[in-house]
Design a protein around this ligand. Sequence first.
Ligand SMILES: Cc1cc2nc3c(=O)[nH]c(=O)nc-3n(C[C@H](O)[C@H](O)[C@H](O)COP(=O)(O)OP(=O)(O)OC[C@H]3O[C@@H](n4cnc5c(N)ncnc54)[C@H](O)[C@@H]3O)c2cc1C
Length: 395
Amino acid sequence: MAANASMNNHYDCLIIGGGPAGSSAAYTLAKAGQEVCLVDKSEFPRNKLCGGLLTLRSKKVFEQVFGASWEPSYEFDASSMKLLHKDKLLTVVDDYSRLYFCQRYHFDDYLLSLAQSAGASSKLGASVINIDLNRKVCRLRSGEEVSYDYLIGADGANSFVAKTLFTASFNKDTIGFALECELPREACKGDSDLKTPEVYFGLVKWGYGWVFPKKETLTVGLGGRHSINPDLQKQFRTFLKQRFGDVAVPKVKGHYIPCGDYRKQPGSENVLLIGDAAGLVEPITGEGIAFAMQSGYMAAQSIIENTGAEASTENLFAQYMLKYSDISTSLKYARALSYLIFPAIGQKLFVKALPKTRALPRMHMDLMADEIDYREYIRYLIVNMPKGILRQLVT
Ligand SMILES: Cc1cc2nc3c(=O)[nH]c(=O)nc-3n(C[C@H](O)[C@H](O)[C@H](O)COP(=O)(O)OP(=O)(O)OC[C@H]3O[C@@H](n4cnc5c(N)ncnc54)[C@H](O)[C@@H]3O)c2cc1C
């Protein structure tokens, strides 16, 4: 099947999207000897709006998928984090293992280069504008047609592949939206040497704000559920002014973020959705890079395993669903947890509790590092939250 595959523009697997999800799938498939082509509408390196926080979970998944050096992935790291409510410092989680910060311009290019070195073909600056699911053919804006046995949709929150399968890329009621800008360090008087990342609660509904240190910039952002934060632009300006005074604000950009709204059915038959295209973003932290890489690896493994006499689209999908449930179960618990954390009463309890406890924020960091699972964390909260409610009632 693989021989001559690319000569007539036919591939075992065609991947749409060259973010962390697409490159992880492309790398895994190419390494297993499959004829794989990755198509992206942008030339690389390209920018992708993102805080660029790489948790220990991201590092672990990266090492599992690529087995390559982690060092080129990031440009800044920290071992502490400040948690604030509006402008009030709640706590500093210090002496924590490590948090890494990347520029997606470089990170995504690094991952793509690993996939290319493993033998994946790529067509960059090539937008997919039509998918004929019956003929198994994608048409690019140039008019070129590419056929496939398997198609992977790794094309982000506005996924064209998901839209082709299900008529909409995402659910408008539950999707998140975030605004971000990159402040040059030298423009931030008093903060040009900032080393500790900051996370701000109480600025938006069902979301948070962040200041993430990079090598030459500070990435400042604010995001929350789109449908209940109609004034996000205004709230972002207020946040910038409150935190950085009269700093000249460079271009502010916005992007959807599918927090917690993962797809129960991530594809159909020989078409698999991964990463943001499947809605795999943690609903509390907005972390998506780890799940993008992990789901890319899972989709590729499902394709690799679905060969020989037993090969069928039913088997493929069943295999992918089985692996995918590892992520979707975590996200299901994370969503349950978001109902404890984000509503007003939950926020009030956290704001009161955080300055008084070392265990709570550290457990949350452990959760982000994949050192404990969501069930363990929820159990801890359920045991400890009633005490907090009682204390609120009597103080
Ligand atoms: C403001 C913001 C901050 C965030 N901060 C963090 C963070 O700090 N840490 C974290 O872990 N996650 C963060 N996330 C989430 C993270 O960015 C995503 O989960 C992650 O990028 C998903 O990777 P992906 O490969 O699925 O999709 P993407 O990275 O979005 O890649 C999709 C690719 O598909 C291409 N594409 C789209 N349509 C087509 C088409 N028709 N034809 C060809 N190519 C196409 C695009 O050009 C793009 O390169 C943030 C998200 C936002 C919006």
